[in-house]
Design a protein around this ligand. Structure first.
Ligand code: SAH
Ligand code: MG
Length: 195
């Protein structure tokens, strides 16, 4: 893994306001990954590949990440970035809308990282639960969405997103097979362990 290239990718993404994973969020997830040594990770929302590239460092030998992105330009850049860092053998990029791609996947994953359209989080959760292995972990980034999710503020123009993020939290908390923690790192991170 070429760390210098990775740092360049991060800086460029930050300059271009691409919403890559924040440092404190990444630190938390890395701690779990170090312990787990996952063989299979599913990421929903690749952007330019930054988080997926970071996660490859913690895969078990021969482990692999599947990641999904729908925006053409980002797909192109992600592919270039993955090559630059030299992790093409560890990342499989699905091109298209996760809402269409997820139901076609037939694999099982140790870790699912949800980091895409907030309005679709309940659907992503349903699909993640279908594919997660026993003792797996589902992470959901941006779950507190600038604090809107836990406030009683309802007039925001993004209220559909807020409603769906709240629905996600309700479902993980009510699901007896999950043990969920919410951390105020980055834009909020939900960590759900499958019992
Ligand atoms: N995980 C990345 C950041 C992802 S940003 C990182 O930390 O480096 C969210 C990305 O999800 C955006 O690039 C957006 O285009 C993509 N996205 C949003 N909704 C999607 C969907 N329904 N299907 C596929 N990609 C989606
Ligand atoms: Mg995010």
């Amino acid at each position: 893994m070429n760390k210098k290239e990775l740092e360049k990718i991060k800086q460029k993404a930050l300059e271009e306001h691409i919403p890559i994973i924040m440092d404190d969020t990444l630190e938390v997830i890395e701690k779990y990954l170090i312990q787990m040594k996952p063989k299979r990770i599913l990421e929903i929302g690749t952007a330019v590949g930054y988080s997926a590239i970071c996660f490859t460092q913690f895969l078990e030998k021969d482990g692999k990440i599947d990641t999904i992105e729908r925006e053409k330009e980002r797909i192109q850049e992600a592919k270039e970035n993955i090559k630059k860092v030299g992790v093409e053998n560890k990342i499989n990029l699905y091109e298209g809308d996760a809402v269409e791609i997820l139901p076609t996947l037939k694999e099982f994953y140790d870790v699912v990282f949800i980091d895409a359209a907030k309005g679709k989080y309940p659907f992503f959760l349903k699909e993640a639960l279908r594919m997660i292995k026993p003792n797996g972990i589902i992470f959901a980034d941006n779950i507190l969405y600038k604090g809107y999710v836990l406030s009683d503020y309802n007039k925001h123009k993004q209220r559909t997103a807020v409603r769906n993020l709240r629905e996600y939290l309700k479902e993980v908390h009510e699901n007896p097979n999950l043990e969920t923690k919410i951390l105020e790192v980055g834009d909020g991170l939900a960590i759900s362990k499958i019992q």
